[in-house]
Design a protein around this ligand. Structure first.
Ligand SMILES: Nc1ncnc2c1ncn2[C@@H]1O[C@H](COP(=O)(O)OP(=O)(O)O)[C@@H](O)[C@H]1O
Ligand SMILES: [Mg+2]
Length: 258
């Protein structure tokens, strides 16, 4: 059965989307079948895979409000060069979903309901969360088996982390007893500065969670790839960024939960 990983951090700009895209593509490169779910109304994961956000008939929005079936919301084989990456895309319409579903029953479980039908078709389901601890993030966490938290190597890295861990624990207690912390992954590590190293050491001292050994470097190719609609292992397969996400994918595959 597939493992569902929510990529979450309520801070924006920490590398959630970059990790969602490139971890998924790296898992697929290793022969895994992956479904990526974009739950951010900004739709950056959607466009990062080369889809036109404004030309989509069905998205996560239509799926959540019950206007389409799960299979109709899935865009299959979104990466031409690598088999096995499917996506449920998103666009700005999703911004209204919280208000529209305000009176819905069991609204914390809408995504889980929808994904249950296709879960067994995939080895991994990777959910890119919006930069908030909103109903969409809660839906991601009730659907997920684990939560992976990208942490940017910058001065305020720890800020908000305890709130996020608290939210994960609340969801675990009340809504999804099986939820586990996948762990944290450091992103945008700059080897030319002491700051990055200090941040990594400092965060490690302050958290109990699993820390992935792979550290994602700051790499200009990673920032460029989305504008070409490609994951890094297609855009620049030999770049430091591509290598790092391959290593991370290997670690994710090796990490066992009971
Ligand atoms: N390792 C990296 N090296 C260089 N740029 C990066 C890296 N990771 C992310 N970025 C860039 O930083 C910005 C924020 O990253 P993103 O993944 O969109 O964060 P989030 O989804 O958490 O808001 C984007 O412009 C992205 O291209
Ligand atoms: Mg994002």
């Amino acid at each position: 059965m597939g493992r569902v990983i929510a990529i979450a951090n309520q801070k924006g700009g920490v590398g959630k989307t970059t990790t969602s895209i490139n971890l998924s593509a790296a898992l697929a490169e290793k022969g895994k079948k992956v479904l990526v779910i974009d739950t951010d109304p900004q739709g950056n994961t959607t466009s990062g895979f080369g889809l036109d956000k404004n030309e989509l008939e069905n998205t996560i929005y239509e799926l959540m409000i019950g206007e389409c079936e799960t299979n109709d919301a899935i865009v299959k084989n979104v990466v031409e060069e690598i088999d096995g990456v499917d996506i449920i895309p998103s666009n700005v319409n999703l911004a209204a979903v919280e208000i529209e579903l305000i009176d819905a029953e069991q609204k914390e479980f809408i995504l889980r309901e929808a994904i249950g039908k296709v879960k067994d078709d995939y080895d991994y389901i990777v959910i890119d969360c919006p930069p908030s601890l909103s109903m969409l993030t809660v839906n991601a966490m009730t659907t997920a088996n684990t939560v992976l938290v990208p942490i940017q190597c910058e001065y305020y890295a720890l800020e908000g982390l305890s709130q996020l861990v608290h939210t994960v624990n609340l969801v675990k207690d009340r809504l999804n007893p099986e939820l586990e912390m996948e762990g944290v992954v450091f992103t945008m590590f700059d080897s030319r500065t002491n700051l990055s190293l200090q941040v990594v050491e400092n965060v490690k001292e302050h958290i109990q969670e699993n820390v992935y050994k792979t550290i994602i470097p700051r790499n200009i190719r990673l920032a460029e790839a989305p504008s070409y609609g490609m994951p890094i292992n297609v855009y620049e397969p030999k770049s430091a960024g591509a290598e790092a996400y391959r290593l991370l994918a290997g670690e994710v595959i090796d990490r066992k939960f009971d």
